[in-house]
Design a protein around this ligand. Structure first.
Ligand code: ADP
Ligand code: MG
Length: 143
């Protein structure tokens, strides 16, 4: 387990970039934490480091956005950014969540994993975002 303390959105983005440099193709990353804790901000840094084309929308309103990378990175060709806040497990499965996770050239970044717990495989990487004072966030990388 690793714990980080960030003091700005920019710093949280930098942590997302750091993960993008280390992650291996095929991974599922579960981002936990309350609304406004910094999950989407972290993903923006991740996508930027991956060279994904903007805009980096928050998937709260679209449920999932797929980014096909212009250049593959460490065997990674696609990034799926998903948000389960407003969906039922059944609907999420129907949208293709299991297929996104089975994509060996893909990375799945999932906000609100607890909403679709039954679909999460045991080898997922969990990152927990906790709001502290003002702009401070504690970011705990499990495993
Ligand atoms: P979530 O996806 O967890 O709901 P967002 O990343 O969408 O959260 O929003 C986080 C908000 O908090 C943004 O408006 C961001 O600018 C602000 N913020 C302030 N400090 C931080 C920090 N240290 N890390 C991340 N976001 C921060
Ligand atoms: Mg979000």
């Amino acid at each position: 387990m690793q714990t980080f303390l960030t003091h700005s959105a920019e710093e949280t983005k930098r942590l997302g970039k750091k993960l993008a440099k280390e992650i291996r193709a095929g991974a599922l990353v579960c981002l936990e934490g309350d609304l406004g804790a910094g999950k989407t901000t972290f993903v923006q840094g991740f996508l930027e480091e991956m060279g994904a084309a903007r805009p980096y929308v928050s998937p709260t309103f679209v449920i999932m956005k797929q980014y096909d990378l212009p250049t593959q990175r460490n065997g990674i060709e696609r990034v799926y950014h998903a948000d389960a806040y407003r969906v039922e497990t059944k609907d999420f499965a129907n949208l293709g969540f299991v297929e996104w996770c089975a994509d060996k050239q893909g990375i799945v970044l999932l906000e609100w994993p607890e909403r679709v717990q039954d679909l999460i495989s045991c080898e997922a990487l969990f990152i927990n975002f906790v709001s502290k004072m003002d702009g401070e966030r504690e970011i705990i990388v499990e495993g």
